[in-house]
Design a protein around this ligand. Structure first.
Ligand code: HEC
Length: 300
C-alpha cells in the first residue's frame, strides 16, 4: 500500500473515532442538561401548584364556605384550584402535564394508575423521600417525571375527606360518598406529579450533537485534505524523485530534467549523497579499469 494511502487511512480512522467519541460524550452531556432543565421547571410547577393549594385552603375555602353555607362550590377545593390553574398553564407550556393522583380519589378522574400507585407506595414506605424523579415509558410515549407526596397537613381537609356525613351535602351529590373519604391528618393521600415528554429534549440534544459532530467532521475533513496535500508535496513526490534519481544513477544514465527540482532539505541531502555515491562508484570503476589495463599493457 502506498505511504500516502496508508497515512490518509490512518488519520481518517483516528478522526472518525475522535468524532464518534466527541458525539457520544456531547450527547450524554446534552441529554443530562435537558433533563436537569426539565426537572427544574417541573419542580417549579409542583411548588406553584402546592402554593395554589395552600392559598386556596387558607384564603378561599373558609371564605366560600362562609358565603355559600351548605351549598358546595368546587372553586373552594384546593385540588380543584391547583389542577384547574395548571390546566390553564398548559396554554403556554403544553408539554407540562400536572396531576394529583390518588388511590382513593374524590374525583374518579384523579384515580392513580398502577404506575402512579407504585410511586405512591415507594413514598409511603420511605418517609425520607421528598420526591421521585425519573423517566417513564419508552419510545414516543417516554416521559420525564417529578412526583411529590401530597400529605393531609391540616384538620381543615377532613371536613370533606373524613366521613361523608361531615362533607357538604351538595358535594356528595356531585362526587358521591364512595371515594375520597377515610383520610387522616399526616396521611400521604395523593401524588403531585408533573410529566413532560422526553422526545423534544432528545431531539434538541440530538440536533446540537449533530451540529457539534458536523463541525468537528468538517474541521477534520479540512485537516485531512491539507495533510494529504502536504504528504504528497513533502514526502511522496520527493521520494519519487529520489527513487528515479537512484535508478538513473545506478544504471549510469543521466537524471531527467524533470527530476532536477528543488526538494525539502532532508531529501536534498539524500540526493547529494546519492550523487556522491554515484561519482565515487564511477571513479572507483575508472581507477579499477586503469589498474586492470596497466599490468595487462605492461605484459603486452
Ligand atoms: C370543601 C371540601 C374540600 C376540602 C376542604 C378539601 N377538599 Fe380535597 N377535594 C375535594 C373535592 C370535591 C375534590 C375533587 C375535586 C375535583 O373535581 O378535581 C378534592 C380533591 C382532592 C385531591 C385530588 C384527588 C382526589 O381526591 O380527587 C386531593 C389530593 C385532595 N383533595 C386533598 C385535600 C387536602 C390535602 C385538603 C386540605 C388542605 C383538601 N383536599 C381539602 C373537597 C375538599
Amino acid at each position: 500500500m502506498r505511504i500516502e494511502t496508508r497515512l490518509t487511512a490512518m488519520t481518517a480512522l483516528s478522526f472518525a473515532v475522535a468524532a464518534l467519541i466527541a458525539g457520544l460524550l456531547s450527547y450524554r452531556v446534552e441529554i443530562g442538561q435537558a433533563r436537569a432543565e426539565v426537572n427544574a421547571k417541573a419542580e417549579v410547577l409542583i411548588s406553584a401548584a402546592a402554593a395554589i393549594r395552600h392559598y386556596t385552603s387558607d384564603q378561599v375555602t373558609p371564605l366560600v364556605a362562609d358565603i355559600t353555607g351548605p351549598a358546595f362550590l368546587p372553586q373552594q377545593v384546593p385540588a380543584f384550584a391547583a389542577q384547574t390553574t395548571m390546566l390553564h398553564l398548559r396554554d403556554s407550556y403544553p408539554q407540562f402535564q400536572y396531576r394529583e393522583a390518588s388511590i382513593n380519589p374524590t374525583n374518579t378522574s384523579d384515580r392513580a394508575s398502577d404506575w402512579e400507585a407504585g410511586l405512591m407506595s415507594q413514598l409511603r414506605n420511605d418517609a425520607t423521600l421528598k420526591e421521585l424523579v425519573g423517566e417513564h415509558g419508552s419510545g414516543k410515549s417516554a416521559r420525564f417525571f417529578v412526583a411529590r407526596p401530597l400529605r393531609v397537613e391540616s384538620a381543615a381537609c377532613l371536613r370533606c375527606h373524613s366521613v361523608p356525613d361531615a362533607a357538604p351535602h351538595s358535594m356528595l351529590t356531585k362526587y358521591g360518598a364512595a371515594n375520597g373519604f377515610g383520610w387522616q391528618v399526616g396521611d400521604i393521600v395523593a401524588l403531585q406529579i408533573v410529566e413532560v415528554p422526553t422526545a423534544p429534549s432528545r431531539q434538541k440534544a440530538f440536533n446540537s450533537v449533530t451540529v457539534t459532530v458536523g463541525s468537528i467532521a468538517a474541521t477534520f475533513a479540512l485537516i485531512q485534505v491539507l495533510l494529504s496535500f502536504l504528504i504528497r508535496q513533502q514526502i511522496t513526490r520527493p521520494l519519487g524523485v529520489l527513487s528515479r534519481t537512484a535508478r538513473a544513477l545506478s544504471l549510469g544514465q543521466s537524471v531527467s530534467q524533470a527530476d532536477q527540482v528543488a526538494l525539502p532539505r532532508e531529501f536534498d541531502e539524500v540526493r547529494d549523497g546519492l550523487n556522491r555515491l554515484a561519482n565515487s562508484v564511477a571513479l572507483a570503476r575508472e581507477l579499477g579499469g586503469a589498474d586492470r589495463t596497466s599490468p595487462e599493457g605492461k605484459a603486452d
